[in-house]
Design a protein around this ligand. Sequence first.
Ligand code: OAD
Length: 252
Amino acid sequence: MDTAHCSEQIVERLRAASRIAILTGAGLSAESGIPTFRDAMSGLWSKYAPSQLATPQAFARDPALVSRWYDERRAAAALCEPNAGHAALARLQRWALSAGKEFTLITQNVDGLHQRAGSANVLELHGSLRVWRCLACGTEVKPPAAPFSSYPPICACGGRLRPGIVWFGEALPPDAITRAEAAAEACDFFASLGTSAVVYPAAGLISKALTGRAAVMEINPEPTDFSAAATWSLREKTGEMLPVLVELVERA
Ligand code: OAD
C-alpha cells in the first residue's frame, strides 16, 4: 500500500480514536543531529560498549568516564533543536486534547526535545539527562547549561551525582511504565516512531497495543520485528512524515 493511501486511513483512524498512545525512540531525534544507538554507522553502540558506559557497574568502576560521557551527551543535546517530528507531535497532542481525546506520549529518549517542542506530560521511560541525582542523599539536581567542571560531579552533601537516566539492569521509573502500559492496553490508536523496538519493557508496549484493539502505525526507514504485524509500517523519516499526517488531521 502506498504512503498516500495509508495516510488517508491513518488520518481517519486518528480522528475516530478516543485514546491515542505514542512511543518514540532515538530515531525521532536523529533529524535534530542526535545520534541513535543502533544505526550501523552513526549509532552510539557501534562506537561504544554499553557495558562500559550504560550500567551501574560501569559507573562504580569508572565514575569519571561514565559521568563525563553522559554530560557530553547532555551538553550536545542542549545545543540541538527539536525537529519537525517533535513539533508535529506537540501539535497532535494539542489537537487530540482539544477534541476530548486521551493522549499519552511515551518516550525512550532522554534528551528533553519533546518538552522543548511543547509536548506536555511526557512519560520518560528511560529517565532524563536533564536531571542528575545524588547517590548519597538522593537530591535531584538540574545541571547548569555548561558542562560540569569536574567528573564525577559532586553534590553539596559530598556525594557523587549520577545522570537521571535508566541504565541496563535497572528498573524503569514505576509510575512512567505503569501509566505507559495502561495507555498501550487501552488505546485505540498506537504509534511506534523511530525506535528499533528491541529494548524491553518499552518494546513490549507495541505488543500490548497489537493484542488490544488498537490500530498500530510504525514510522521507521528500517523494518523492525513489529513491522509485519503493524497496521501500517511506513518506511519514512518521522521529521518528514509526521508533519504531513498532523497537517491532514488538523485539516480533515
Ligand atoms: P535505536 O538506536 O535502537 O533505534 C533507532 C531507530 O530509529 C532505528 O530503527 C532507525 O532505523 C530509526 N531511525 C533513524 N533515523 C530515523 C528517522 N529520521 N525517522 C524515524 N526513524 C529513524 O534507538 P531506540 O529504539 O530508541 O536505552 O533504543 C532504545 C534504547 O536502547 C534507548 O532508549 C537506550 C538504548 O540502549 C538506554 O540507554 C536505557
